[in-house]
Design a binder for this molecule. Sequence first.
Ligand code: GLU
Length: 299
Amino acid sequence: MTLSSNSKRYRGRFAPSPTGPLHFGSLLAALASYLDARAHHGTWLVRIDDLDPAREDPTAAASILHTLDCYGLHWDEDIRYQSTRSDAYKAALQQLIQQQRAFPCACSRKQLGNQVHHGICSTLQTNDIAWRFLCPSGELRVTDTLQTTQTYELATDIGDFVIRRRDGLWSYQLAVAVDDADQGITHVLRGVDLIDSTARQILLQQALGYSSPIYSHIPVANEANGQKLSKQNLALPLTTASTANSLWLALSWLKQAPPAELRGAKIAELLAWAIPNWQAKVLTGLTSMPAPADFQRQP
Ligand code: GLU
C-alpha cells in the first residue's frame, strides 16, 4: 500500500482554557479528540489556552492535566502554554499589518452596539486601541466532517473581528490560528459550541498563508435545563474517583456502544477497546444531548 503524497500525518489536540477544573463536557471533547488521534495512529497534543489571566484559576492547568492523566488520556510532546507565545502572536499581527489586513480601532462597544464592525475606521490614536482583522467581503463555506456545511456572509455575519484587545491581550482566534499552524495540527475535533469560531480561524489561516486543518465538531452535553455544561454555568467538576465508570459513561454518551461486559473494566482496558472501535460518524448532525444524570447540577 502506498500513502498518497499529500496525506500528512495526523496531529490533533485538546486545548482547554484553564478557567476551572474539567467537567463531563470537557472530558467528552478531550476523549473524542484523543480517540480520533489514536485511531488514526496520530499524535495527540494538549495545549493550555491561558490567554486571559483575569478569567483563569491559577490551579486549573495543573488540575486539568492531573485529571487527563487519571483518565488515561496521555499526551505526546510537551504541553504548550499560550501565555508563553506572545512573540509569535506579535509576529502574526505584524504580518497582517504589513499586508494591510489588520487595522487599529478605537471604536467603543457603545458605538458599535450589536452591529458587526465592517471597514477600516483607522484611528490616529496609538494607545488604548484594539487591532482588528480586516474581514474580506463575500461568502465563506466551512465544511465539517460531522456538521452540515456552514455558509457565512462575511461582511454581515463575521465583520472585522478583534485580534488584539484594547487591554493588550491576544484574542483566542489569533492565538489558536497561530498555534494550530505552528504545531502542525491537521485535525481539530472540539465541541460544536466553537463552530462559529472556525470561520474566523480559517480567515486568519488564509491571510497568514497557513493550511487549514480538517474540522469536526461534536455535540455538547447539556444540564437538565438545556444549558450547556460549562465552567461559567458551574458544571460539576469531574472527580478522580470512579474514573473508569465515568469513562464508560463518556463512551456511551459519544454513542460508541461500549460492550456491557466492559462496565467495571479498568481505564486501560476501556481505552484499548475504544481506540480500534472509534467511530466519529455516529455523531453526525448531533449538536447537543443531555449529560448523564450524575454529571448534571442538582436542582
Ligand atoms: N480553549 C478553548 C476552550 O476551552 C477551546 C479551543 C479550541 O479547541 O479551539 O473553549
